[in-house]
Write a new protein. Structure first.
Length: 293
């Protein structure tokens, strides 16, 4: 259940995923840069927002009707994450913007998501369901490990969010793993498509494990997770999935290497502009009225 509200002092607020009876202190921990914390929340929020939009593009056009509500659930969860993380970014930066302004009125160069989430893995011509499954497997495996550590961090808002969402992320990770195994074991064509899907997303995995400078500074003070520290755990999980599916592991060098700049620096792939045009059109065209205080 997602609940929100503000205490009489305005210093605490209900957090999505946290127990209904708890409130969380929303002040910035001592010794933490507000600029870095706002940037980090943008990173995590943009990851969720962009991937949520990509998954929403499938609608009911998935291989089985049973999968449509599952993918819709993943999408809704990611958009919940995006809303709360962008809200935290807005309140920390203190520039008078809210989560909607951050989501719908920034250009591509101001987005800080990893590039893995923005590429077209289907239903467009850039991929198909197997590529979407491959991306969800890698992303959810990585995000589950990051959030498991972030739940023990010093920022109470991020810690509460991470603790609340980690279980669902692990569930989506395992769901994607089952699809990878199923597609790899089905028939020759299905196996070929699964391999092609992995090859589509694999070159973008290295970026997941290279800390942005703001991320690294926050990790040093206990308010973020150094993503390089989760590489081995994510790699181990993926190796187990590939073993069960009897798939050769894609190039390990691509998984372990990345040269900045990248999405965390505002440098994106070609599809990002088209994605944002679609995502932001209703708000920018005035179809959705701005909220009043």
């Amino acid at each position: 259940m997602s609940t929100s509200g503000v205490s009489a002092s305005g210093a605490q607020r209900w957090i999505v995923g946290a127990p209904e009876t708890s409130t969380v202190d929303r002040s910035v921990p001592g010794g933490v840069s507000t600029e870095d914390l706002a940037r980090y929340c943008l990173m995590l929020g943009d990851d969720a927002l962009v991937l949520g939009h990509r998954l929403a593009e499938w609608g009911a056009g998935v291989p089985e009707l049973e999968e449509a509500p599952v993918l819709a659930s993943v999408t809704a969860n990611l958009l919940d994450q995006a809303r709360e993380l962008l809200r935290r970014a807005a309140e920390v930066e203190g520039l008078g913007r809210d989560e909607d302004r951050l989501a719908y009125f920034r250009p591509a160069a101001e987005f800080r998501n990893v590039r893995l989430v923005e590429i077209d893995c289907g239903p467009g011509q850039g991929g198909d369901f197997a590529a979407t499954v491959a991306r969800l497997l890698v992303f959810a495996a990585w995000r589950t490990e990051v959030f498991g550590r972030l739940a023990r961090g010093r920022d109470p808002v991020l810690a509460a969010l991470a603790a609340g969402y980690r279980t669902s992320l692990a569930r989506y990770r395992d769901h994607a793993a089952q699809w990878v195994i199923r597609l790899a074991d089905s028939n020759a064509d299905s196996r070929r498509r699964m391999l092609a899907g992995l090859q589509r997303v694999w070159p973008l995995t290295g970026e997941l494990f290279v800390p942005n400078p703001a991320e690294a500074r926050l990790a040093d003070v206990g308010c973020a997770v150094d993503p390089s520290r989760v590489r081995d755990d994510v790699s181990g999980f993926l190796a187990e999935v590939f073993s069960v599916a009897r798939l050769d592991r894609p190039d390990p060098a691509e998984f372990a290497s990345f040269a900045r700049p990248g999405g965390r620096d505002g440098v994106h792939t070609g599809p990002m502009e088209f994605l944002l045009a679609d995502l932001q059109y209703p708000a920018r065209s005035g179809q959705v009225p701005e909220r009043t205080p």
